[in-house]
Design a protein around this ligand. Sequence first.
Ligand SMILES: [Zn+2]
Length: 299
Amino acid sequence: MISRSRWLTVVAVLSLTTQPALAQERPLRFFISVDMEGIGGIGTGAMTTSTGKDYSLGRELVTAEVNVVVDAILERLPDADVLINDSHGDHQNLHHTDLDPRVTYIQGAIKPLGMVQGLDGSFDAVLFLGYHAKAGDPDGFLAHTGTGSVKGLWLNDVEVGEGGMNAAFAGSHGVPVILAAGDSAAAHELGTQLGAVTITTKTAETPESARLIHPERVHELLAEGVDRALDRLARGGFEPFYLGSPVRIRMRFASTTHVDILMSIPGMSKVDGFTVAYTAEDADQAYRLIRLMYRFVQS
Ligand SMILES: [Zn+2]
């Protein structure tokens, strides 16, 4: 959890006019994880696939959305440090040369922490952009968890999707998620589970088609959302999503072969033909193992 003194620093830095001395003590650090399915203006799976129709437009849209959010943060906090982690597919989607030059950017998917690579306890807040709902959500657009081979993921018996899993990692380092943007099912899931400010960018018409809000309107909503999130952060209004210790992982797969392979990991247990369980020390260790289980072990 975040110590009281840490929150006081956050409050002080955000109240720039009254606490200039503390404001210079340490600029706030923001971590932005960027997926693609939930970006405003993306209404097909093809737009999120490098070989698909209009993927180039998808890349422009995801880059523009990130820039809007970065600009909203830096307008309020010009000294803030912002790290962007490309978090979709091969993690090479943003037109990074068109990103706001004030940010730093992580590209490439071969990284143990995937969507939260680079995030640690030195950050003050996390934002999720372009997110989607967890596997099996009937109201979600392109809903999934990790890859299509995962049918369900539970941490301490709470079912989570990618947003919840990433938030649990952040929470194990004391960092709260302050804003999450994506389709209406993702916004509902993450607003309920994390207490983050949520922005709805579209609504699923079917699991693979979406009723879109124009990207320009989405950008307005995001800028307003960042403002609200920063106001709340200044009041100490966010709690990290902290699961405690240990963290029990239960993971259900599409294939029994996948489960059989995972049983080679010491400490892994088989719940049923499609489901394994493992007790991790904390959400940090759980995250690394889960990432291995779905990303680097396949069948
Ligand atoms: Zn994705």
